[in-house]
Design a protein. Structure first.
Lengths: 606, 573
């Protein structure tokens, strides 16, 4: 029998229709639910009236669905606690999968294998708003996933996601479950785009994609909230930019309140028509129906697209970072991507003062100002002698996640600070940074976090001997780090950003005369030898020790040549640089000569 | 060890410190601005300097109408800002600073402006498309149109097409303008047009933004959208567009290359060729020839004649021409493309005789002076490498043979039209089956490294006007040399008998055969230039093919030259 992933490559996969709508249609009594206090707890029907659940599955399989979803939308402890059933999460999840698998097996043939998808809903809590802690949520999902997989689910479907941080917690839990069981099943993540055009918390579909794409998920898509017409714009975005197959499961239109009941207007023929358009023209691979869709909807849907092969999509995938709201590319034209550095305890006196006063709102205002300053991302560093870095970062990052539109660069050397921060960020963050100063330990500590939380990472060209001085040495370190991250830890090269670092030219020290040109050359070498990675540079170090105006000039000219060499991103405040044309020709030329060490000599006899 | 040591005689660090010893950046910036009031205001925009600007504006108003100050002086400054930004010499924050200064100036001038026309001339919806936050250009459109008596509904940034359509409906709008700076925004615009098609909406649309090209809009977007869609290069283009919408004069240009309105005047050499290809297609369809061809499928050959005379090549292989007299090259410069396209000296609202007078009194003298300077200082150094090669076609392939005319040297594969005439570049050559050996020519021309270096020098020295003039002339000279050498090749092949007598007509294919540059619709694959380089070895005349397959120096161009009498530009969808 073919696996789910094999079939996914060959044909359009058709999911089932609404579970809740079907159950409601069966006119179940409080007794069927196992008593008055459980009335409406669909997840408990797997115990109290399994035949009702079997009927749902049977109807959809008869209609031609390839996949049925388990009756487990809310079968995790967080939700079941509301019915005092928290301790039965594993049991209910296991049962739900077991029932579905049994019915699916009755219908499955080698020509048309049927699969069971373990349904994992969004729960009733939003971690981005502080309703629940990331780890607690992840644990609840881990338990549900274990029940579903052990009960026989072929696929896990994290669906109806409203807060990307919740989705990340679910994925964290699922990965823990897989690691424990030493096996994995395919994962689908599906977000819900509200009629207003974003997820409930304001996430744009492109930002959701950026956050979820780094994970080992097999299918990415959207379900619920609206009918297919309202979804079409977002489906287009997904189909044009998602490297993973696309899943779409609309409602039968936007529900209208008719006599106190949700009434769905979209007819089976209309649904089939829209979905045919999505499949044939846009390249959607997995379809199904959410709220309000019936057996007839699925029958017509399966007839229309069930036999089609997936369309080849041209994908325009751009490596990016994201905030809870927006996505931001790791390279822009014209370069560079600017990383705001003011929200940094080592860089800004104002920030340090606000931190000392624990003026969190003031710090948030600084983060917002970074947008006005033209920054594309915000570097956040709370390492301040005498203060508790973990606690401070928690306060700041939690606020930044929802109040600052920019992707966050977590600037810390401590693995625990980094992990606590990642648990508060809905977007795809960048970790700043790793290096080989103490051998491979730091990489061993931090890089697995990138994988687990879907983050990119900045790597400094420092090894056991210290900061590399020559371009060749910088390249060698970059290659060594690349090998560890990509081959050992399976990071994707496009999530690696190398910082080639520089020393100041301001000291006139013979040892550092070539620092600027070596840094620039290193950028060129890294872009050439490791073309998929990005490069970054803290620009103002080059001019440390010089007068303010000279710093301005030297920073700007240095940045210009670094960009010419292929620099993608720069950590710099707009006030520390100026456009080249504003520097007079002589100043520019002298700065260039300084960077490229064009001293002149005269031979003298010793 | 060596018994000699070295003493440093010049240290840039010491020099730099000495140079800036008495300069406190701040002080320098605050110094009073020099120059005429026009220069001062323009520089204020470029530098984003609003401090005490009012005095300069008041002074300017003694000489000019407020609207003229905006249209000429201030917008000139913004144009420079745009160029600096586009060439990577100015980062976004500074661009924003300039835009804000512009806004402050306009807000001040508006108080003195005549807003007598209470009735609006028309209603225009504008927005930055979904996923894009860049609105400088769009807001300029707002300013210009509002001050010209139009009602502008500015929907802001990240705007979904649904919102635009709703606003258009509510305001009974004449047209919609979509803007965006990002490359992905051009895709969003395309999707928006598709959505409008789905809903049966045909309101006129104008598209603008840095990542857009005229070619993309006129070639791709127009085939998609069922209503009319135009490209706007700047705010004034947008104004021109809406004027034509409300006066009912919005039509796509048709006819020959030199029989058109302002719209086509802006086409530079490259774009004019594309437009010619599109027009050729349209003409073919109008004449009903398209239908006769329907039914061709797959790689089936077009009906291009197979029994044409094959000219004799004067030699086989390639040849270098190290020096071409600049006077001869200049004769072939397309002055329309140079002056209106590159230099952007346009007729605008001037009357025909006023415009001619301006050209005669200002522009042509500038051009002549520039030519003299270029010649005396050898700022352009034209070189050519070209050659003839035995070849045959096989389906979509053009096979190039070694001089033995037997063994294959390399082959090109060209795309074929899927509709229309089913044309493919290879069809213009005798096929392998015919048993005849055909000939193809290639050429690569350049204005030399000095052209790029001098351009860069002018730009770096803030000489924007000199830069614009010289750069424009250098680019058009490369085109001219290509045209000139194409003529030489026709003469050598003995097919120049059909050349148009009037030089101008040569620019619109007034000759036998055709010249196709790589990257254009008929031979879109830029990578094919590596094959051209293998045949001609362009490095010998100092031209280098970059990793992205563009030519260095920029003032270079190359082409495959076809002698077939039916060969014309054509479009591939």
């Amino acid at each position: 029998m073919k696996s789910f992933l094999e079939v996914l490559k060959e044909k359009i996969i058709v999911f089932d229709g609404a579970t809740g709508t079907h159950l409601q249609g069966q006119n179940l009594t409080a007794d069927d639910f196992g008593g008055e206090y459980l009335n409406g707890c669909n997840e408990y029907l797997v115990i109290s009236k399994p035949s009702a659940v079997e009927l749902v599955h049977k109807d959809y399989l008869e209609a031609g669905a390839d996949v049925i979803e388990t009756d487990s939308f809310g079968s995790m402890s967080i939700v079941l606690a509301e019915y005092n059933l928290a301790d039965r999460a594993y049991e209910l999840s296991f049962k739900a999968a077991q029932i579905a698998k049994r019915v699916a097996n009755d219908f499955s043939t080698p020509d048309k294998p049927r699969f069971v998808a373990g349904s994992m809903g969004p729960t009733t809590k939003l971690p981005s708003l502080g309703h629940i802690k990331f780890k607690d949520m992840a644990k609840s999902y881990q338990e549900q996933a274990r029940g579903l997989v052990e009960g026989g689910a072929d696929v896990l479907c994290v669906e109806t996601c409203q807060d990307i941080l919740q989705t990340k917690a679910a994925l964290y839990g699922i990965v823990e479950c897989f690691e424990e069981a030493r096996r994995r099943v395919p994962i689908i993540t599906s977000v819900t785009v509200e009629a207003m055009g974003t997820l409930l918390l304001g996430t744009e579909i492109s930002a959701a994609l950026t956050s979820l794409e780094p994970y080992d998920v097999d299918v990415i898509g959207m379900n619920c909230a609206t009918g297919p017409a309202e979804m079409s714009e977002h489906v287009r975005v997904l189909c044009s930019s998602s490297p993973k197959p696309v899943f779409v499961m609309p409602n039968a239109g936007i529900p209208e309140n008719v006599g106190g009941h949700a009434h769905y207007k979209l007819t089976p023929a209309e649904l089939a028509q829209y979905m045919t358009h999505f499949v044939k023209d846009l390249g959607v691979s997995v379809v199904g129906g959410c709220c309000g869709t019936t057996k007839e909807h699925i029958r017509q849907l399966a007839n229309a697209v069930g036999g089609l092969a997936p369309k080849h999509r041209e994908i325009d995938f751009v490596p990016s970072a994201s905030s809870l709201y927006q996505t931001a590319s790791l390279s822009i034209n014209p370069p560079p991507v600017l990383i705001g550095e003011r929200t940094n305890a080592n860089g800004s006196k104002l920030f340090k003062d606000l931190l000392a006063k624990e003026d969190w709102e003031g710090i948030v205002a600084m983060g917002r100002d970074a947008v006005k300053d033209g920054a594309h991302m915000a570097d956040v560093c709370a390492a301040y002698v005498g203060r508790n870095e973990v606690q401070d970062m928690r306060e700041i990052i939690y606020r930044f996640n929802t109040q600052v539109q920019l992707p966050i660069v977590i600037d810390s050397t401590e693995a625990n600070v980094i992990e606590e921060s990642l648990q508060l960020i809905g977007g795809k963050a960048i970790i700043n940074s790793i290096n080989l100063e103490d051998g491979e330990k730091r990489i061993d500590d931090v890089v697995p976090l990138c994988k687990k939380y879907g983050a990119a990472v900045i790597a400094l060209t420092i090894d056991e001997q210290g900061m590399a001085k020559t371009a060749e040495k910088k390249l060698a370190i970059a290659k060594r780090i690349f090998d560890l991250c990509v081959n050992k830890y399976k990071m994707r090269p496009h999530d690696l950003i190398f910082d080639t670092l520089t020393f100041t030219l301001g000291s006139g020290d013979e040892e550092f005369r070539r620092a600027g040109m070596e840094t620039i050359e290193a950028i060129r070498l890294i872009k050439k030898e490791l073309p998929a990675v990005k490069t970054i540079l803290g620009v103002s170090n080059i001019s440390f020790g010089l007068s303010a105006h000279m710093r301005h000039v030297l920073n700007s000219v240095f940045l210009h040549y670094a960009i010419e060499a292929g620099l993608d991103m720069a950590i710099v405040h707009a006030s520390k640089i100026m456009p080249l044309y504003k520097i007079d020709e002589k100043g520019r030329e002298l700065a260039r000569q300084l960077i490229f060490d064009e001293r002149r000599y005269e031979e003298v006899a010793a | 060890m060596n018994n000699k040591t070295f003493k440093v005689t010049y240290d840039p660090l010491t020099e730099l410190m000495a140079y800036y010893a008495d300069k406190k950046g701040e002080k320098k910036e605050k110094a009073a601005r020099a120059g005429t009031v026009e220069e001062r205001l323009k520089n204020r925009i470029i530098d984003g300097d609003r401090v005490e600007m009012q005095a300069d504006l008041d002074e300017a108003m003694k000489k000019y109408q407020p609207l003229d100050i905006i249209n000429t002086i201030l917008l000139d400054g913004m144009k420079v800002v745009g160029e600096l930004f586009g060439s990577g010499q100015m980062q976004l924050p500074f661009v924003l600073q300039s835009a804000e200064t512009m806004k402050t100036a306009v807000a001040y001038l508006e108080k003195f402006m005549d807003k007598a026309d209470a009735t609006t001339k028309g209603v225009f919806i504008i927005a930055t498309v979904k996923g894009d936050v860049h609105d400088i250009g769009k807001n300029l459109v707002d300013i210009i149109l509002t001050n010209n008596g139009y009602k502008v509904v500015n929907l802001g940034i990240k705007c979904a097409v649904e919102t635009m359509l709703q606003a258009a409906k509510e305001n009974n709008a004449h047209a919609i303008g979509m803007s965006g700076l990002l490359v992905k925004s051009t895709l969003i615009m395309k999707e928006n047009l598709e959505v409008m098609n789905e809903q049966g909406i045909t309101i006129p649309v104008v598209l603008g933004g840095a990542a857009l090209t005229r070619r993309y809009v006129e070639q791709d977007m127009r085939t998609i959208y069922k209503g009319k869609v135009f490209y706007a290069n700047d705010a004034f283009d947008g104004l021109h567009f809406i004027e034509r919408v409300v006066t009912g004069k919005l039509e796509y240009p048709t006819g020959s290359a030199f029989d058109h309105d302002d719209e086509d005047d802006k086409l530079t050499g490259t774009e004019a060729k594309i437009a010619a290809a599109v027009r050729e297609d349209e003409r073919y369809k109008r004449e009903g020839k398209g239908e006769r061809e329907s039914g061709r499928v797959g790689d089936e050959r077009s009906n291009v004649s197979q029994n044409v005379a094959i000219p004799k090549a004067p030699f086989l292989g390639s040849k270098i021409i190290d020096e071409v007299p600049l006077d001869l090259v200049f004769q072939y410069v397309n002055e329309v493309a140079l002056i209106r396209g590159q230099w952007q000296v346009r007729k605008g609202k001037l009357k025909e005789d006023e415009y001619r007078k301006m050209l005669e009194e200002k522009v042509y003298p500038d051009l002549e002076q520039l030519k003299i300077k270029v010649k005396s200082e050898k700022l352009l150094q034209p070189k050519v490498v070209y050659g003839y090669f035995p070849c045959q076609s096989a389906g979509n392939d053009l096979i190039i043979y070694h001089d033995d005319m037997k063994s294959e040297r390399l082959r090109f594969t060209f795309p074929r039209q899927t509709d229309d005439r089913h044309l493919c570049l290879s069809d213009y050559f005798a096929s392998v089956d015919s048993g005849k050996m055909d000939v193809v020519a290639f050429h690569l021309v350049t204005m030399g490294k000095v052209a790029s270096e001098h351009s860069a020098k002018l730009f770096a020295a803030n000489n924007y006007k000199d830069y614009l003039y010289f750069h424009g002339l250098s680019v058009e000279s490369a085109e001219a040399l290509a045209e000139l050498w194409h003529k030489r090749i026709r003469e050598e092949l003995g097919i120049a008998g059909k050349d148009a007598k009037e030089l101008k007509r040569l620019f619109s294919q007034g000759y036998q055969g055709s010249r196709y540059s790589f990257g254009y619709p008929a031979c879109p694959n830029l990578e094919d230039q590596t094959k051209l380089f293998e045949l001609l070895d362009g490095e010998r005349i100092g031209v280098h093919l970059t990793e992205e397959f563009s030519l260095e120096p920029e003032q270079s161009t190359n082409a495959i030259i076809v002698h077939h009498p039916e060969a014309r530009y054509f479009n591939i969808k």
